[in-house]
Ligand binder design. Structure first.
Ligand code: SF4
Length: 388
């Protein structure tokens, strides 16, 4: 088995295809001219940073290069390479095949033959899945983003020192599943409220059964909240809200300080270091600037299962600006109807009267896995609908 973790040096051969599929000269020009676009009565405000991040660009490029480098071999991918439906559909056109899933949603590896190629997505795969792949003697193209690997290194450090990893993330997100699999002892908290609940449990000798019920899908096997929370290290899904990760880290630090006293803090607590990736941070910062603009409506574009996209819309929502998370132009059904995802939930709904005549200043941003062409088509569609 051979693991490839770097480019095959074929970028120049695939660049034109990538540009044709994902880039937009309209968006590039708009960015260069300051990010404002006036048309009819509308003014669009583009976030200063949006769209493909470095890790997504790298993963897509490695997949396209693999199709060239291994052109005579059968190529599989374990999961969506990134959370964007268009990008994933396009991979199948390159003869990259998605491995089927078992009924319990685990990956069915049985179709892989010796000498096949298996691509791992930007979020990585769990340690168990990687071990299974080792048994097939196949070629592995590992596109795991180095920012994600950085968190894994952190987790392995906790593991070596017998610390429990407290992971700020979503227990069912591929990246968090992969991250948690690198630790024998972990607890996943989705937000500050859950972290607060755990800290109250630590300080007030809470009820074990209640704890285990509440976190039954978010703890490692045989987790004992009475003993496994005495030595903890903080980690995160790279796409969570940075401010929230920091708050959660501080809350746990304060809790451990209260429980064990300042002289023993280092024996019981390890902070996450700098593990929110730059791309997530830059897109969140750009969103924080966008909500300062005089916008009446913000459209956030990205896959419905894209965590970083969801968080961008949460920022707009907390600023009480009318906003919608859509996954592409097809969501803009008419000037009356929009299909969108509800913040903090996985529910997709259709709402009415989303675009009123007074919505003349429109903010636009997109998640780290959204091609610029999708952003361009959304702007074009809004202009078209505003005239109906
Ligand atoms: S959002 Fe960050 S961690 Fe995720 S792929 Fe992009 S650069 Fe990597």
């Amino acid at each position: 088995m051979q693991i490839h973790r770097k480019s095959f040096g074929l970028r120049s051969q695939i660049q034109e295809s990538l540009d044709n599929l994902y880039e937009s000269s309209f968006i590039n020009d708009l960015r260069q001219s300051g990010g404002q676009y006036k048309v009819n009565d509308l003014t669009f405000y583009l976030a200063k940073v949006f769209g493909f991040c470095w890790g997504v660009d790298r993963a897509i490029s490695m997949a396209y290069e693999s199709a060239k480098f291994f052109k005579d071999k059968k190529i599989w991918i374990t999961n969506e390479i990134i959370h964007n439906p268009l990008v994933n559909d396009n991979l199948t056109k390159l003869n990259i095949n998605f491995l089927p899933k078992n009924s319990d949603n685990t990956i069915d590896f049985n179709l892989i033959k010796n000498d096949d190629v298996v691509i791992l997505p930007a979020f990585g795969v769990s340690k168990e899945d990687l071990n299974k792949l080792h048994g097939f003697g196949c070629h592995i193209v590992d596109t795991t983003c180095p920012w994600v690997s950085r968190v894994w290194n952190r987790i392995e450090k906790y593991e070596k020192q017998n610390f429990t990893a407290i992971i700020h993330g979503k227990y069912n997100h591929e990246e968090t599943i992969a991250t948690a699999s690198r630790s024998d002892k972990f607890l996943i908290v989705q937000n500050y409220d859950e972290a607060k609940w755990v800290c109250d449990f630590i300080l007030n000798d809470g009820d074990i059964d209640e704890f285990l019920l509440k976190f039954k899908l978010a703890t490692s096997f045989n987790f004992n909240p009475k003993t496994d929370l005495d030595k903890i290290g903080i980690a995160n899904q790279t796409t969570m809200l940075k401010g929230e990760t920091e708050q959660i880290g501080k809350l746990f630090e304060k809790t451990i300080l209260t429980k064990f006293g300042p002289s023993y803090l280092d024996e019981h607590f390890m902070s996450p270091g700098d593990t929110i990736c730059d791309a997530t941070q830059e897109r969140q910062d750009a969103m924080l600037s966008l909500i300062q603009e005089p916008v009446n409506l913000i459209i956030v574009i990205g896959g419905f299962n894209s965590s970083n996209t969801g968080h961008l819309q949460e920022i707009a929502e907390s600023a009480k600006i009318k906003s919608f998370h859509i996954d592409g132009v097809n969501c803009l059904i008419s000037a009356n109807k929009i299909r969108h995802k509800i913040a903090h939930e996985s529910t997709i709904v259709t709402s009415e009267n989303w675009l009123s005549k007074s919505d003349v200043n429109i903010g636009i941003t997109s998640g780290a896995s959204t091609p610029n062409q999708v952003v361009a088509s959304v702007i074009e569609r809004i202009v078209e609908l505003s005239q109906t």
